[in-house]
Design a protein around this ligand. Structure first.
Ligand SMILES: [Zn+2]
Ligand SMILES: [Zn+2]
Length: 131
């Protein structure tokens, strides 16, 4: 174990919404549910979660805008460019999309499971561990 938690930075498309999340990251996984597909435009997205207290909004826009997408969660997006950032859950968790991280390649961010794989077309392949 490292003595100091790693900081993960990321940003939206225009850069006005930025975050810094302090590790350790929780529950890295991919998801292909219809809500994630419509939210992102992608067939599959990669997620990683952090406790709300571990995420700071560091860009000039501050916290992202939100859209209430279910009984337990709101999708988060930049109020300037509309770029998706992730989701802010009612349980004190922020789920961030790996695609907005400056450096998504760290081993501990690699998805270990894939939710709703059956929602993908047959020809779509995702190289993530898990069922
Ligand atoms: Zn933006
Ligand atoms: Zn999903």
């Amino acid at each position: 174990m490292t003595s100091k938690p790693r900081a993960y930075d990321g940003a939206c498309l225009c850069g006005a919404t930025r975050f810094r999340a302090l590790g350790p990251p929780l529950r890295p996984h991919t998801c292909s549910c219809k809500m994630c597909q419509r939210h992102s435009g992608a067939l599959t997205v990669a997620w990683v979660e952090f406790p709300t207290d571990s995420v700071a909004w560091t860009g000039k826009n501050g916290a992202p805008a939100t859209y209430r997408s279910s009984d337990t969660s709101s999708r988060a997006y930049c109020r300037s460019c509309g770029g998706t950032i992730g989701a802010i859950d009612d349980e004190p968790t922020v789920a961030l999309l790996l695609g907005v991280f400056d450096k998504p390649g760290y081993r501990e961010l690699r998805p270990t499971s894939h939710s709703y794989r059956a929602k993908c077309p047959r020809w779509w392949k995702v190289d993530a561990a898990g069922p």
